[in-house]
Design a protein around this ligand. Sequence first.
Ligand SMILES: [Zn+2]
Length: 277
Amino acid sequence: MEPFLFQSKKGLPFFSLAPWKKEFPHLQVGFSARKPQEDWSTCNYALHVGDNPAKVIYNRKQLSEALGVSFASWTCGEQVHGVHIEVVHSDQRGKGREVRETAFSDTDGLLTGETDILLTSYYADCVPLFFYSPDLDWVGVAHAGWKGTVAGIGEKMLQNLVELGANLKNIRVAIGPSIGGCCYEVDEKVIQPLRSILQSDELKPTIAKRNNHSKWQLDLKQANAAIFLKNGINPQHLIISSWCTSCDLDYFYSHRRDQGNTGRMVAWIGKKERRSS
Ligand SMILES: [Zn+2]
């Protein structure tokens, strides 16, 4: 069953990561959606796509309100398709929420163990990776396009959590909505680096070739899943969305489908203050 469930609050559409919300109710975790047939600026949450910054901040505030989180907790990295990861502390809470210049520079992965910090990252086809270590009670999010995937952002997130003391066998990973294998046509040069990371039997379920066609269809979500399994994630702790950002045009912006002229969804994860009982 699809783990990212569509819902709407205060008129704003988004996806909630249902299995985690159920098992770990103190987590805030999800992925935004667009409004069908509306201009892309209505649900654009990123400051780097040429949209009016005031409108983006307004959208972020509206979503924060709908989710019941503080806009002051909204924290961002400046994504560059790299593998740099930042651990966010309370004095860094809110970096990048109003201007790009204060976001963590060159950062595609964010981790925190503190409450009331909303880690965010931005998407229009790339793969959002969500992390939770129940033993540490740490959360993380990472932006994995093709470049970040082959450079090892997912593996590096796991390494950081383990170095912090997490038990790898307990780490939960969720792979969110992204462009699917159905719509992501790539050249052999894109597949080549994956061949050095994955064995042929691990790579096989992630790629397909259409008849009489020299190009590949790459399922980047499945490629990330294969990398997580290879790195020791328990298959029962791995969740994969089936949403395709290119096919499911009523819900998502897609950089490929929209030929670059589009907004960005936001992926978020954070911990609410636990209420003592
Ligand atoms: Zn598709």
